[in-house]
Design a protein around this ligand. Structure first.
Ligand SMILES: [Zn+2]
Length: 565
C-alpha cells in the first residue's frame, strides 16, 4: 500500500489559504461525535477488508488474517452500536446530526464479510415456491454464478461476459446464434417457461412489496434528479425514440443486434489483447491526473469459478484525516475477464471511474462513502465513454475507427441499458406483467429487434436479480453522464486524450463531498441548473442511420458452407 501524494488541485485545496476551512470540514464539530466517527471509520474499514478477503483477492491485510479482522469487526461494531446509541440527540450542530444519521444508515448495510454477488444460496432453490423474497433473490444470483459462469458453447465452457463479448465479435451468423442460445439454461433458471409464477415473476412481486416500504431504485433516481417517476419514464422513451430515429428501419434478430452495432469492437479488438487492458486503462487515468498505481488500487481481474459474475469496485479502506494528514482511500476492482476487446476495456475504464470517484472523496468519516447509485454509475461512464471516441482510440490504441461506427457501438450498449431501465420501471408498476412480452414490445418498437417472446433474452444482467430496479442507474444515469461530460468539456476543455487537471478539478468541484450531498443538489451546483435529457439527445443526434448497403454488406455470409440461421 502506498500513500497518495498530493495530486493537482486536490492538493492545493489543503495547503493553500483555504486549508483551515477545508480541514475543519473533515472532522466533527463535537469532540464526542468525532470519537464515535473515528470508531465508525474503523468498523467500516474492517467490514470492507473482510469483503476483500472473502472475494478471494487476498488472505491477509495489514498483517492480519481473516480471523483477526473478524475479531476487530465484532468488537468495534459492538462498541460502535453502544456509542452511537449514547450520543446526545439535541444540542449538536446540524452537520454533526446529519453525520450521525449517515452513520446509523450505513452501519445497517454492514455485512461483516461474505463474498459480494456470490451467495451461499443454490440456484435450484429458485424453483421452490415456498422460498421467501431475500432467499429467492440470492438463489437467482446463484444462478448467474453457477450457470452464467459456465455456459456451454462449442463443447467447452465460457462465462457470461465472454459470451456477450462474442455476440459483438462473431461474424459467422450460425455461430453467433449459437452463442446467444448458450444463455437458454440461464434464462430458464431465471424465468422458467415464463409462467405467471416463474422465479423472476415471484421475485419481482417481492421487490415491489419491499419498495412499498422504502421506495424503489426508480423512485430514488427520480428524487435524485428532482422529477417524478412518470417523468423518468417519459425521458427514457424520449431517448429510445431518438435512437430509433437514427437507426435504419430494417429489423434485426436479437443475436445480430450487438454484432450489427459492434463493428468498432471488431475492428479494434485485435489491438486490445487481454494483457493490454490494465496498461491502457492506467495510462488514460495517468493522463487524467490520477495515478491508479500510486493510489494503491488493487486489481483482481482474472476469472475464477466461484468468483462474482460481474465487474465491480469497492472500498478496501476509507480515507480519513490522521494527525492532520489525509490517509487516502484504497479501492479494489474485481472482474472475471477472459478476453480483451473494446467492450471489456470500456467496462474496465468504467470500474476505474468508480475508483477515482471514491479516492477523490475528502470528507469526515461519516461521509466517506458512495454517493447515490445513480450518481456513481453515471460518473463512472464519464471517462468510460471516451473509449468510443476516435481521438481516444488513436492515442491509446494507435488505431481508430470512424466516428459513426464508434458512436453506434457505444450507444447501442447504452440503449440496451435504457431499455432495461424502462423494462424494470414498468415491471415495478405492473408486477404481474409478462416480462417476455414487455421486453419484446420495448426492443421491437425502439431497437428494431425481431420479436421473440418465447425467449427470456432480457435475463442476462445479474443486477436484474440481485438489485431489482438498479438498471435505471445505468440507463437513466446516461443522462447524467452526458450532462457531466458536456459541462467538463465546456468548463475545463476536452479530455478524451487526457488532461492532467481533470482529476483534481473534478475532486474539488464534484467528488470530494462523498455521500454528504444529495445528487440533486450536487448536480444542480455543478451544472448551475437542473439536469435535463438534452445533452444525451445531442449525443444521439450525432448518429446517422447506417445505409442499407452497409447493413447488407455487414450481414453477407462470408462462407457458403455456413448453414442458414
Ligand atoms: Zn458501475
Amino acid at each position: 500500500m502506498k500513500n497518495l501524494p498530493c495530486v493537482g488541485l486536490t492538493c492545493s485545496l489543503f495547503i493553500s489559504g483555504s486549508s483551515i476551512g477545508a480541514d475543519a470540514a473533515l472532522v466533527a464539530d463535537s469532540k464526542k461525535v468525532s470519537g464515535v466517527e473515528y470508531l465508525y471509520a474503523d468498523v467500516s474499514d474492517a467490514n470492507t477488508i473482510l469483503a476483500a478477503i472473502d472475494s478471494g483477492l487476498l488472505s491477509r491485510y495489514q498483517g492480519k488474517d481473516r480471523a483477526a479482522w473478524q475479531q476487530v469487526y465484532r468488537e468495534k461494531d459492538a462498541e460502535l452500536t453502544k456509542e452511537l446509541g449514547s450520543l446526545p440527540t439535541s444540542g449538536l450542530s446540524s452537520r454533526d446530526s446529519r453525520a450521525i444519521a449517515a452513520m446509523q444508515k450505513q452501519t445497517k448495510a454492514f455485512t461483516g464479510g461474505g463474498a459480494l454477488f456470490s451467495p451461499a444460496a443454490k440456484c435450484h432453490d429458485a424453483a421452490r415456491k415456498d422460498i421467501v423474497y431475500p432467499n429467492l433473490k440470492s438463489a437467482l444470483v446463484a444462478c448467474f454464478v453457477e450457470i452464467g459462469n459456465s455456459l456451454t458453447f462449442e463443447g467447452g465452457k465460457i462465462n457470461r461476459v465472454s459470451a456477450l463479448d462474442l455476440l459483438h465479435e462473431t461474424s459467422d451468423p450460425g455461430r453467433r446464434k449459437a452463442v446467444f442460445l448458450a444463455f437458454v439454461p440461464l434464462w430458464q433458471a431465471i424465468n422458467g417457461n415464463n409462467e405467471p409464477d416463474s422465479p423472476y415473476r415471484r421475485m419481482i412481486a417481492g421487490a415491489v412489496a419491499e419498495a412499498a416500504k422504502d421506495g424503489s431504485e426508480i423512485d430514488n433516481a427520480a428524487r435524485d434528479v428532482g422529477i417524478d417517476p412518470a417523468e423518468v419514464e417519459r425521458w427514457l422513451v424520449q431517448i429510445l425514440e431518438a435512437w430509433r430515429d437514427s437507426s435504419s428501419e430494417a429489423m434485426v434478430e436479437p443475436w445480430d443486434f450487438r454484432f450489427q452495432a459492434g463493428e468498432a469492437d471488431r475492428l479494434l479488438g485485435m489491438y486490445i489483447p487481454l494483457d493490454s487492458l490494465r496498461p491502457i486503462n492506467q495510462r488514460y487515468y495517468r493522463d487524467l491526473g490520477a495515478d491508479l498505481e500510486q493510489m494503491g488500487t488493487l486489481y483482481d481481474l482474472g476469472p475464477r469459478p466461484e468468483k462474482a459474475a460481474l465487474a465491480y469496485t469497492e472500498f478496501v479502506t476509507h480515507g480519513r484525516m490522521v494527525s492532520g494528514v489525509w490517509k487516502p482511500t484504497i479501492a479494489r476492482v474485481s472482474a472475471p475477464y477472459e478476453r480483451g476487446g473494446l467492450f471489456v476495456l470500456n467496462e474496465l475504464v468504467h470500474e476505474n471511474g468508480h475508483v477515482v470517484n471514491i479516492t477523490a472523496i475528502r470528507n469526515r468519516p461519516a461521509f466517506v462513502d458512495w454517493p447515490s447509485d445513480l450518481f456513481a454509475e453515471a460518473f463512472a461512464d464519464v471517462p468510460a465513454w471516451s473509449t468510443y471516441e476516435p481521438s481516444w482510440q488513436r492515442r491509446y490504441l494507435g488505431h481508430e475507427v470512424p466516428e459513426q461506427l464508434s458512436l453506434r457501438a457505444l450507444f447501442s450498449v447504452v440503449m440496451l441499458d435504457v431499455a432495461w431501465s424502462l423494462f424494470e420501471l414498468r415491471m415495478f408498476r405492473a408486477p404481474t406483467s409478462d416480462p417476455n412480452a414487455l421486453w419484446t414490445d420495448i426492443t421491437s418498437r425502439y431497437l428494431h429487434i425481431v420479436r421473440h417472446p418465447e425467449l427470456s433474452w432480457w435475463a442476462v444482467r445479474v443486477q436484474l436479480a440481485d438489485l431489482p430496479g438498479y438498471m435505471v442507474n445505468y440507463g437513466f444515469g446516461a443522462i447524467l453522464t452526458a450532462e457531466m461530460r458536456k459541462h467538463i468539456t465546456e468548463s475545463l476543455g476536452p479530455f478524451d486524450t487526457g488532461d492532467p487537471r481533470w482529476y483534481g478539478w473534478l475532486s474539488e468541484h464534484l467528488l470530494r463531498y462523498g455521500s454528504e450531498h444529495d445528487t440533486r443538489t450536487l448536480m444542480q451546483d455543478f451544472l448551475g441548473r437542473p439536469v435535463s435529457p438534452q445533452a444525451l439527445l445531442e449525443q444521439l443526434h450525432r448518429l446517422k442511420p447506417l445505409s442499407s448497403q452497409h447493413t447488407a454488406d455487414l450481414f453477407r455470409v462470408p462462407d457458403s458452407s455456413i448453414p442458414p440461421h
